[in-house]
Ligand binder design. Sequence first.
Ligand SMILES: Cc1cc2nc3c(=O)[nH]c(=O)nc-3n(C[C@H](O)[C@H](O)[C@H](O)COP(=O)(O)O)c2cc1C
Length: 470
Amino acid sequence: MASLTVRKLDEALKASLRLRAAQNGRSVEDEVRMILREAAERPAAASVPRAPETKAATRSTRTHAAADRPRLTLIIGGGIAAYKALDLIRRLKDRGIHVRCVMTRAAQQFVTPLTAGALADERCYTDLFDAQSEFDAGHIRLARDTDLIVVAPATADLMAKMAQGHADDLATAILLATNRPVLLAPAMNPLMWINAATRRNVAQLARDGAHFIGPNSGEMAEANEAGVGRMSEPLEIAAAADALLRPPPARSLSGKRILITAGPTHEPIDPVRYIANRSSGKQGFAIAASAAAAGADVTLISGPVDLDDPAGVHVIHVESARDMLAQVEAALPADIAIFAAAVADWRVANAGEQKIKKTSGGMPQLALVENPDILATVSKLRQNRPALVIGFAAETENLIENATSKLKRKGCDWIVANDVSPSTGIMGGDRNTVHVLTLDNGNVAVDSWPVMTKEDVAEALVAKIAATRA
Ligand SMILES: Cc1cc2nc3c(=O)[nH]c(=O)nc-3n(C[C@H](O)[C@H](O)[C@H](O)COP(=O)(O)O)c2cc1C
């Protein structure tokens, strides 16, 4: 075997090795040994067929080289929700997070280490007494060679063991040996969750510094069971993990007043029927949340949606396009306006005051009239026009061409164009592929972004606004 003299390395490399070693609680020599071992293992891992690359990388995978990606250890406990942990791996990777999986014995009754390993691109660890990884105290390495530990699902049993300081399997040994933050996503039957023992264990773990996400309330896997105990959705857990891993964004929009519209509008036909569209409001809500996180004073005017109001945002709920325009005008002046709502182009001219009855005299004739154009109205204001007006263009064909003509016609400054053909799944879905068209001295510049979660699109848009306004 070749021997290596650490003293012969240059000073910068030595300093970085010392830092890494200190962070991982190892000697510099042990750290070098680990690096060599991981490098030697890599070709074997690379021979495992990888899932095909998605069409475009996400923001995070674009911007995070492997070396600076945050590292997360995902401990999968033995509950029905273990299957959701597999989706969580994908959601975390979408955010540019390196994921290493550990499974309890019970978890392997629900999902296989092979699947978790293939999704994470790295073997899934299962055994405390694993000859291969224990020659260098593998459980200590797994406990320290990470920036965050997430337990999902966190079973009642696993939390009981943690609260008591047990370490009789790999998962609990890692959790006891770590000095990294721990995020627990509990999942269990509602009666297990409210049991006095679980309450005591959860309270103890919170006192010990563990972070919690969920559980949510809803239907259980068991027939006729509902209540609090459902594991939080993978997207929610990934967002909570990301928030613990990365420092909060710079408050780049501090002092700015931002007006945002979101969701569909409902145009009444009569008191019980309406014309609507498939907008979910998710993109506008995500932009409002990102802008608020960046320090802006945000007013969100939303059509009817099935979403919780984002924290720290002043939300006004409306129904129709005319209500939305009235609230937009009342919310001015603002520094920036972002019109993400899918406002109905038309409404029924004479909406019935009473429910229109089905009669033998034939079908009711619905005459349509044009709704006010909120984007054009605000873009063309002489007084109180926000310094930056951004519209959204939802198109099903000739995306860039139609968005370019919309940008010029409406008099706004930017258009965020997205293809909402049913095949894209964008309308109502969690991801978006957008092109940001900006007008500069009469010339249109197109910035095409890869497919991203709507949260990532929101963050990128807020960053672009902050960069432009700086
Ligand atoms: C079908 C089935 C589903 C289960 N689901 C859960 C669950 O959702 N939450 C939980 O805390 N325990 C659940 N359990 C019990 C755990 O599997 C059991 O407590 C196990 O010891 C947990 O091991 P672990 O915490 O090491 O993963 C379930 C058991 C079975 C047989």
